[in-house]
Design a protein around this ligand. Sequence first.
Ligand code: C2E
Ligand code: CA
Ligand code: CA
Length: 700
Amino acid sequence: MEFTFESRILIVDDELSSILVLEKAVEGLGEVRYSTNPKEVPQLVQEYLPHLIILDIDMGDKSGLDLCKELMLMHLPHSLTVMFVTSHQEPDLEYFSLKLGAVDYITKPVNIKNTRMRVSQQLNIINYQTQLENISRVLHREKEMLQTTLKSIGDGVVATDTEGRVTFLNPIAERMTGWTEKEAKGRTIEEVMELRDATSQATQINPIRLALQEERIVGMALNCQLHGREGQIYRVEDSAAPIRDENGNINGAIIVFHDISESVAMAVKMTYLANNDQLTGLPNRILLHDRISHALKAAEGGKTLTAILMIDIDHFKYINDSLGHASGDALIKKVAKRIESLISPSSTLARIGGDEFVLMLEKCSSVAYVAGIASNLIASFKEPFLIDETEYKITVSIGVSISPLDATVEETMMRHADVAMYRAKNLGRNNVCFFSEELENALLKRHNLEQLLRDSLDKGNIDVFFQPQVELTNKKICGFEALARLKNEEGDFVSPAEFIPLAEELGLINRLGSIVLKKSCAFAKRISESQLNYKVSVNVSAMQINSNTFVEEVADCLEQFDLQSRYLELEVTESALVNDFSSTQHKLKALSTMGLSIAIDDFGTGYSSLSYLKAFPIHVLKIDQSFVKDMLNDEQSLGIVRTIILLAKSLKLNLVAEGVEQLQQADMLKELSCNIVQGYYFSRPVVEQEAIALLSDWPR
Ligand code: C2E
Ligand code: CA
Ligand code: CA
């Protein structure tokens, strides 16, 4: 038998011969000491700490039994095993000795073989005992350590049984869940630990359940919130694992979690700081970059425009220096607020430098729309800013770049907007410039034209020119077409080809049309007094016909000027007819019933559909001037003119050919039996006075 520990044996006998025999019996079983003096034994035991004592019972004045009693009372680190040796044959003595705690009883004369066996068995037992003691000490220590660890770590720890019922809660878990371990024990993990998704607030499966179901370690759930019993909310990170016994069977699960509320808040704050300007809270250059690249991607291939407006406060350095930095900052903030108040939430306003802002507009329908926003911005600065009870007037310069018109990548857009902004500064500040001068000129022109149109309408300054229509058979004037004119500041006339589409776009066409109609009726009344049948033909656009009051307006106008309806003709384009078919049909029928005639303008350039011609009450076809212009040298144009004439004849419609500039054209048209013509060859459109003069002075 081998001993894993070094046993210490003490032999106590007053007879040396007896000791020698016993020593022989235990030889090799461990370290051996002996004593012949029982009085010194307690001291010796203290020092030597034997595992086993072989004790003689008869030792002069001190009996082995008394010594045993004494030794048993001593505090020793391990238990003492006592074996008695005696030559007594008294039967009770063995009983007493065993009762004292001895484990064996050897009789003299000592049988070496038996004694050795007995001692070795006792040592064996002692060995097991010692090992057990050690193991239990280690276990105890480990358990203590584990408890202290679990109790002192900064993470929350909750353990459950296999059913997910709580068996343990550490103090952090107690604090965060709001449950004490005592209260929580036996309740389900879901009751004690309520987990929700931080965004959707949907209840989350507790990782303990997953760990138990799937028998694996379950990593942290992202975006997880722990809702405490008293309403506290923590952002937590957690992970759970099944607990297995030594055979690998699962007998519970444990979840460890910690509060990341602060780090989440920190991360949110850092993202904000990284993406926003501290002073105004607006996006900074980094976030702007992100938004622009998204916008450009989203617009790719689409028909919409993305615009960048670089906005810079004029003379800000001067203002800042004279106001002081605190007031300068206050001004910047107010400027930011004002710009923000003018823009839609879908656009991005960023501050990218001291007094530099960038406004990004997505999905713009037109350049004019962008220009409108830019001029609104400029206009909004007319209102002064109030800083420390003092009013300050400032202006801004704006540079605009538009994708895909002048750039398609962000970097170029920013550079172009910057260049444009500097041009705005150079032009005297308080200005908007586009990167592309072409765009800018077009917009400027449009802007001026809009201004002129509005002014002219406000003042009723719409001129109407009249162009005579001539009957080829008798060379007499039979009517006039009324053509609108705007006079600009320089006294030049602006072509209606430019301002009519703009008036339609701006919703001003009805106002314009009313003025033209009135002036035309007034003119028609004047010339109809001569008793000759002069018709005045007025152009009306689709938007005018669409107006609910159109028929009424025409009727009122005739009444106002006391004009017979047969002297008035309306020219509409084919596209105006298709617009709102049945309502247009209805209105034209009403007008026709009233006695007006209806002409289709620019015939041949649009649908030229027979069914339309039949569906509407039409009296005249006007052959578009492009065909007349080319009919002498282009077979196809001539063919078209011929066809239109045939069509008109078969439908019994009158014909007017426009744009006659040469005698040959007139001759050809006459030959083709188109009798009425209009064009520069006979007369340009002229002012009313001149038109009246033409009548008495015709043919010239
Ligand atoms: P439109 O109805 O086809 O008018 C004929 C245009 O041709 C007029 O241009 C006229 O000045 C021009 N013209 C006449 N004879 C000749 C010629 O021999 N050669 C050439 N090259 N041109 C000739 P204008 O006055 O500039 O008008 C342009 C267009 O504006 C008109 O085309 C008409 O569609 C529109 N418009 C004019 N006045 C009004 C109006 O009061 N209301 C509406 N809705 N549209 C109008
Ligand atoms: Ca016309
Ligand atoms: Ca025409």
